[in-house]
Design a protein around this ligand. Structure first.
Ligand code: ZN
Length: 325
């Protein structure tokens, strides 16, 4: 058995509701930073100070791996890359992090159209687009040097492989060491909150949006087959009860789907109607998350043929398969 690599958590503040984010310094044959925190002064200073405690600057890193494009994880990527550090992500991240203007336009028109199909009032929809833009201000655009291949060995860290773990984000990447049961999992599995399977646009010029909750459930089910002894999450403390937590997340999703199925009753409702009924207090402040949550669970119910979707004057209506209409 080879000597275990050292995993050093570096926890950085974020301006987001999720709270602090964990980056990790992985020291083995190579010295690797995993994730970098948001592009804020506080996060940058603390990241530099934490690396300094280990006698490191950005340029001393052998490589930088970013788990997914969200700004709490990818925010300082560009600066690290500019220090000459090989920057690794999945290829799915490229349109999101590279600031591709065509993709940005595509994304905006996707959300605008989808929200209108979902019955979201225009003013709310516009506000969500503003929020999305603000989120992007917490990272600088860059293009990864190397795209990780799922199943491939992580350079310089014997026994670690890359895993593609989509659902929370389409480009989600994790590191896994089978023998030691170590999973450096970004936001795939968090100890204190369930990861939202956020709505995402289809790839440029493709027509079907990915069913992110279904993808996420697939990812969770795959993880159940692995040897996960210690999970190092992107938020919260490391934990060891991974399979219990995965079962709970899957179960909670099924329960939420049931709640939505019951809410539909004999009615035909839009996504927005369901958002208001299911999250009467939260929907205004967190509309993006709430819409993703409801739409994701509707995808699950549709997939299981428990509900139907009809379109009428540009609005999508959902109803129980057995409803009398
Ligand atoms: Zn996160």
């Amino acid at each position: 058995m080879t000597k275990a690599d050292t995993i050093i958590p570096i926890t950085l503040p974020t301006p987001f509701d999720v709270g602090p984010v964990n980056c990790f310094l992985l020291k083995g044959e190579a010295v690797t930073l995993i994730d970098s925190g948001p592009k804020t002064h506080e996060a940058r200073e603390l990241l530099l100070a934490s690396l300094n405690e280990h006698g490191l600057k950005f340029e001393d890193l052998d490589q930088y791996i970013c788990t997914h494009y969200h700004p709490d994880h990818a925010g300082l990527s560009k600066e690290i890359q500019e220090a000459g550090v090989q920057t690794i992500m999945l290829k799915e991240a490229v349109p999101y992090v590279s600031g591709n203007s065509e993709f940005l336009k595509w994304t905006e028109s996707f959300y605008t159209k989808l929200y209108s199909h979902f019955g979201v009032p225009d003013s709310f929809g516009r506000l969500e687009l503003v929020k999305l833009k603000k989120l992007r201000s917490y990272m600088s655009t860059f293009t990864p040097d190397l795209t990780a291949l799922p199943g491939e060995a992580v350079p310089g860290h014997s026994g670690f492989i890359f895993l593609k773990t989509p659902g929370h984000a389409p480009d989600h990447l994790a590191l896994y060491h089978e023998e030691q049961g170590i999973f450096i999992g970004g936001d795939v599995l968090l100890p204190h909150i369930s990861s939202n399977a956020l709505l995402e646009p289809p790839a440029l010029y493709e027509t079907k949006r990915p069913k992110t909750l279904l993808q996420y459930r697939e990812t969770l089910k795959n993880l159940l087959t692995l040897n996960l002894r210690t999970v190092y999450p992107g938020h919260g403390e490391p934990f060891s009860n991974a399979s219990e937590l995965i079962q709970k997340r899957l179960h909670d999703q099924e329960e939420r789907a049931k709640t939505i199925e019951n809410l539909l009753g004999q009615d035909s409702l839009t996504v927005f109607d369901l958002c208001v009924r299911l999250f009467p207090k939260l929907f205004e402040r967190q509309l993006g998350l709430v819409v993703s949550e409801v739409a994701g669970h509707l995808d699950l119910l549709l997939d299981e043929n428990r509900i139907m979707k009809d379109e009428n004057q540009g609005l999508f209506y959902f109803s129980q398969t057995g409803a009398i209409r």
